[in-house]
Design a protein around this ligand. Sequence first.
Ligand code: FES
Length: 357
Amino acid sequence: MKVIRALCMLAGIPNMFGKKEPLEITVSSHGLQFAVPSGKTLLEAALESGIGFPHDCKVGTCGSCRYRLDEGRISELDSSARALSGADYQAGFRLGCQTLPRSNLSIWLLSLSEPVAVAQAFDGRIARVAPLTGDIVELKLRLDRPISFVPGQYAELSVEAIQGARSYSFADAKNCESTDEVSFHIRRVPGEVFTGWLFAGDRLGAPVQVRGPQGGFRLRDGDAPIVCIGGGSGLAPLKCILEHARRAGCARPVTLLYGARTQADLYCLSEIDEISGQWGAAFRFLPVLSSEPNDSDWRGARGLVADYASQAPDLADSQAYLCGPPPMVDAAEALLSRLGVATENIFADRFFERSQV
Ligand code: FES
């Protein structure tokens, strides 16, 4: 039986009971091994094994999950070439989130993140839906047991009536070490079923499945100045990170740039004011409006928030945290690089209308 199992594992083919055996992955750079069950991506399986496989977007755009394939066969959900440089692709780098192993693999990683908590499934119920703007609500869920997460991470939410899960960042850092109450900022996306369901009526008490925590977006250690650039409901993880850092006594200078369409779309201003007032160093907050009527009473910044990145002092020595729609994040990333911020100090969470990915 052992021989049959070994052969099945080598080939990734069904065993005599018709069940596919997991494939084995060797991370030669770190002397680790983990198994990939049939149908899982390399990244999914690594995270489920508690391995700190670097990642951010999980949808093949950020490039954080790149690894070098040294041995074995894979197929890809989407070509890794989309997010990797030509040189990296030629050198054999591929994306973990897009990789379906087809045989046992030997791979090489530049680095590992801190070990991650394995995402777990929780039963939740809607405890509150409170409007934050005309199209963003705070969704508060009560869970069947406490969850722990790192501010910046996200969870997948799903409801029985709707197929598939949607990913949203934790928005409230309170008791993130262990809490049975979690909050998310959810923007209504026209034509999208989950947000359509949520906004359609009174959902108090409705069951919601929660799978988390997930993702590697979080505040990195160090004493570098912090530059946060967010757009729309992409404010949620940035606020969560800063709230937590403030409680931990962080004394690094912060510049928070926040992009919204109009004054009516600005939200969490009192929370930001509170964080800023208790921050242990300089804290600059600059809201930027892209579609505010010219004749309004707004005297603040106008235009695209990414264009204001140069307003942060000591940029070249800063760590930058970006969260929002991909065009905003891409523009901010490009400008920050031009202004001298090292690539390894730019951390991005591209906030897809996650239902669409
Ligand atoms: S490209 Fe894989 S996590 Fe972003």
